[in-house]
Design a protein. Structure first.
Length: 195
């Protein structure tokens, strides 16, 4: 990746981050608007079909962390240390499609240039897989916080922490792929004669 292309993706990420952090209080309101709009268009039905699978994956992650949890359809139940149940509903809007949209926007900036097709495919596969894993961890973290500290901290993590996690992931992702996958091939020095 050329330094000019690297600068372009970094500037795009900084612009996205600044924009998201500036409007962070409005994100929840805008998310509600998108939710109602998607409900009217019927886009939620295919996405809601994914939720039960994601709920079971989240329960598995919680089990790895030692948190007792169960899933039924789109619902997750977590138990706190006192044995009290906390029920959580995972909506189609909570599965992280917004982070995939932001990742896609970053692809337009980060994959401009002369990268090899194999490198581009690697970046896309790693980006999508990493973003999906991040979304599972994010939902599991919200459930864990609900079980440990209650509803209000979990709601704050859900509404605001997710955005910060996605921004952090995008920066780490692009730093890693720029360093190890989208590497600029060394060019011979000007005036040097190949041997």
């Amino acid at each position: 990746m050329k330094p000019r292309d690297r600068d372009a993706v970094n500037i795009t990420l900084i612009a996205i981050s600044c924009g998201l952090l500036m409007v962070l209080p409005l994100v929840t309101t805008f998310d509600d608007f998108l939710t109602s709009w998607a409900l009217q268009l019927g886009v939620n039905n295919p996405l809601q079909a994914i939720v039960p699978v994601e709920a079971r994956m989240v329960v598995s992650l919680l089990g790895l962390a030692g948190i007792h949890a169960a899933a039924s359809g789109s619902n997750i139940v977590v138990w706190d240390s006192a044995g009290a149940m906390h029920a959580l509903f995972i909506s189609w809007n909570c599965i992280g499609w917004q982070s995939l949209v932001l990742l896609g926007v970053s692809f337009f900036s980060g994959l401009r240039g002369q990268q090899a097709l194999a490198s581009r495919i690697q970046v896309i596969v790693i980006g999508v897989a990493g973003t999906m894993l991040l979304n599972l961890v994010r939902v599991a973290a919200v459930a864990a916080v609900e079980a440990r500290w209650g509803h209000l901290p979990a709601l704050m993590l859900h509404d605001y922490g997710g955005t910060i996690l996605v921004i952090g992931w995008l920066f780490l992702f692009w730093i890693a792929v720029q360093r190890w996958i989208l590497v600029v091939a060394a060019s011979p020095e000007v005036g040097m004669v190949p041997s």
